[in-house]
Design a protein around this ligand. Structure first.
Ligand code: MOS
Length: 751
């Protein structure tokens, strides 16, 4: 079967859920109407290390409307999975055990849940929560990475032979002494504070048990089957007895990749009061109720010849993790592959602290690592007096230096070239502080973006109905990038049907199993499954026609048939054909469907697969006040085939906004005496708002990549963040002559 006109992919398609979202029609987890609902409110610890000696819930229990107060003394006993084992697909640290919430009296971090109050109304629960009193045996907390750095250890994950995430503690390529032999060297340390995801939607769960012991949860999650499997394990019930409903996710940035304590607590509470319970984590509690971008200290040393060609890269990254889990991310990975250098050493270490376990946030690993690496590249360029863009071009890697594999496709040089042209890089003068507009120092910076192309197993179903419509289904999530729209577009394309005739369904564990909505892999994984399921159902339909003596297509070889607008016809005779609906109706079928599990092939063994891009960025720094504004950004990305340029461009510019937040504003401030976060609110944790953002422009370099997956799509969610913070730091250096190596770049550091 050949496809005729392409009806969908590549067209600018409106977000299918857009209208629902702006009219309030989209239901988020906490917004579902459930009868007889009770409300839970968490009570958090006020110490960071130690244990609960006693906890007094009497006053809370006798407060108006209170139904129950659960603490470690009376909460249902559950089982928290230990890794590595348990469910195969599970985003969580490979080593350690999830926080055993309300199971014992140990306190691992400040603002850890120690009780849940359940009442008739939210206000009653909130009031009673203030009446719970705990007495602690307190130990000195350890929350500063720097203070504990002597205890840094190589993550156990690095000892695993075939770690799927490739985070070995130490990797050496080439000559380990190359740095000391280099003609020119820079050697600097960069730090990134804790950053908190701060999506708009709060973590929320409505949990409900049926009389026969089945659990239904409306939960905010980036991975429906994972939440289902996790709750089944924790409560010791079959997976099929857990129903997870999560049609919309109001932003997450990685914070809902794994189920945290709150769905477990909500389900415990619902079991205890024998009623449905809604638990919404308050904004201030969010800072410790899910993970965060870990605090990192990174040493990057680069060596080169006078010509600027790198001869040595050394990248040593140390990240913070919790007391009870080892969270790892690809902090130093980009240094092994982003620039050509015959010699490279990366080291990765963890330091434990009295904190919640970190978790992937906005370009995890790479966005932290490339801040250090691409700042260092800039520093070396200035030492050599080479234009920073030319420096990057000179060190372009034509093959992946880490494994010597060819790239499946790479258009980074084109991103540099076209980006520079659109941005006007040639107008830039080299010297720091050389561009000025009145009181403003103008700076222009560049940095490289990269993110690996991931593909995970995913299952989808495509169903064509006799009324000429179709639906494509998978239990995927959509936290904003447009999974709803992507599934519909991909389905319409493969089915050769008009877009208006195809619907998508996602976010429900009763649907075929979707992949994790993370790692920029949803289109590559769920999209591929939708594509394959759609082709499979179309092939079934065609077989029904060609084998049927009543069909005009009877006996026609399938490769002589093409399809358009929901109709098969013979290639050279479009009058000979029939619609999918006609085929179904003749066979007395209401619908026909196919379910396909789409699996990654061995492409990753033969090719290095990454999205690449370049950010060109202009800042204006007030020479007297030190305040920084990003006035212009041009971002070019090569990420394979783009499914829907309209939503894709908005994803890239959204990522750039997140990167500007990382560069200039975001910092979760810890008081190390108390081990307590002191700015746990959106009033004091700053994220960019419209007024902070200047002109953003993004473009794609179209790539035809036959290797990554059947759609040729690399994924764009994360690559857009990576490099932004370095581009800002590089532009600030160009503007002011000050190199800021500690994020965020606030005005106090510039004065
Ligand atoms: Mo992403 S940080 O993998 O949701």
């Amino acid at each position: 079967m050949n496809q005729g006109v392409r009806p969908a992919i590549g067209k600018p398609v409106e977000r299918v859920d857009g209208r629902l979202k702006v009219t309030g029609g989209a239901r988020y987890a906490a917004e579902f109407k459930v009868a007889n609902l009770a409300h839970g409110v968490l009570v958090m610890s006020t110490i960071a290390n130690g244990s609960i000696r006693s906890i007094d819930t009497k006053a809370a229990l006798s407060a108006p409307g209170v139904l129950e107060v659960l603490t470690h003394q009376n909460a249902p006993r559950v089982r928290f999975p230990e890794r590595p084992q348990t469910i195969d697909d599970y985003v969580a640290p490979v080593f350690g055990r999830s926080l055993p919430v309300l199971q014992d009296n140990t306190i691992y971090f400040n603002a850890q849940p120690i009780a849940v109050v359940i009442a008739e109304t939210l206000e009653q629960a909130e009031h009673a929560a203030t009446l719970v009193r705990a007495v602690y045996d307190e130990r000195k907390p350890a929350t500063s990475l720097e203070a504990e750095i002597a205890r840094a250890f190589p993550p156990q994950e690095g000892l695993m032979k075939e770690s799927p995430t490739e985070r070995p503690a130490d990797v050496v390529r080439g000559d380990p002494n190359a740095l000391s032999k280099a003609e020119v060297v820079i050697d600097e340390t960069y730090t990134i504070p804790i950053e908190t995801h701060n999506p708009m939607e709060l973590l929320s769960t409505i949990a409900q048990w049926s009389s026969d012991g089945k659990l239904t949860v409306h939960d905010k999650t980036q991975w429906v089957p994972n939440t289902q499997g996790y709750l089944a394990l924790v409560f010791g019930i079959p997976e099929t007895d857990v129903h997870v409903i999560s049609p919309f996710v109001g932003g997450a940035f990685g914070s809902s990749l794994r189920p945290w304590a709150h769905p477990v607590v909500a389900a415990m509470a619902a079991r205890a009061v024998r009623r449905p319970v809604k638990l919404v984590v308050a904004r201030n509690q969010m800072f410790t109720s899910h993970g965060h971008r870990p605090y990192t200290v990174q040493r990057v040393a680069l060596g080169s010849g006078r010509d600027g060609r790198l001869t040595a890269i050394v990248h040593e990254g140390t990240a913070q993790t919790s007391i009870y889990e080892e969270n790892t991310e690809s902090l130093v990975n980009a240094s092994r592959m982003l620039y050509a250098s015959p010699n490279c050493i990366t080291k990765y270490r963890l330091v434990r602290g009295n904190i919640q376990t970190p978790l992937y946030m906005r370009g995890p690993g790479e966005s932290s690592g490339v801040f250090a690496l691409d700042s260092a590249i800039d520093e070396l360029a200035y030492k050599l007096k080479i234009d920073p863009l030319e420096m990057r071009i000179r060190n372009h890697a034509d093959r992946d230096p880490s494994n010597n594999l060819p790239f499946s496709s790479k258009s980074l040089l084109e991103c540099y070239r076209r980006g520079a042209e659109k941005f006007g890089w040639s107008r830039r003068t080299f010297e720091p502080r050389s561009m000025r507009d009145g009181r403003y120092l103008i700076g222009m910076g560049v940095a490289t973006a990269t993110y690996p192309t991931l593909r995970m197993p995913a299952t989808a179903r495509a169903r064509v109905f006799s009324d000429g419509t179709a639906v494509v289904q998978s239990s995927a999530s959509d936290m904003g990038p447009g999974t709803w729209t992507m599934m519909k577009v991909v389905g319409a394309e493969a089915l050769a049907m008009d877009l208006s005739r195809v619907r998508s369904e996602l976010g429900d564990s009763s649907l075929p199993k979707g992949s994790v909505h993370g790692g920029s892999g949803t289109t590559a994984s769920v999209g591929s499954a939708v594509h394959e399921a759609s082709l499979a159902v179309q092939a079934k339909l065609l077989a029904l026609a060609t084998k049927d003596s009543r069909s005009p297509l009877n006996g026609v070889a399938t490769d002589q048939v093409t399809a358009e607008n929901g109709r098969f016809f013979v290639k050279n005779d479009s009058s000979r054909g029939e619609t999918y609906a006609e085929i179904l109706r003749r066979n007395n079928m209401d619908s026909i469907d196919a379910t396909v599990e789409s699996m990654p092939d061995d492409a990753s063994k033969k090719f290095s697969m990454h999205a690449f891009g370049a950010h060109f960025l202009e800042v204006r720094v007030d020479a007297e006040l030190g305040s920084v504004r990003v006035t212009r950004v041009v971002t070019g990305v090569g990420a394979g085939r783009i499914m829907n340029e309209k939503t894709a461009i908005s994803q890239i510019t959204g990522g750039v906004v997140g990167g500007i937040g990382m560069a200039l504003m975001e910092e979760t401030v810890m008081d190390h005496r108390m081990g307590r976060i002191v700015n746990a609110s959106l009033g004091e944790y700053h994220v960019p708002v419209n007024a902070d953002i200047g002109s953003l422009e993004a473009f794609f370099v179209e790539e035809r990549d036959e290797h990554v997956n059947p759609l040729g799509a690399k994924g764009i969610g994360e690559v857009s963040y990576v490099g932004v913070a370095a581009a800002v730091a590089n532009a600030v250096f160009h503007a002011t002559g000050k190199r800021i190596r500690h994020l965020p770049i606030t005005l106090d550091k510039l004065l």
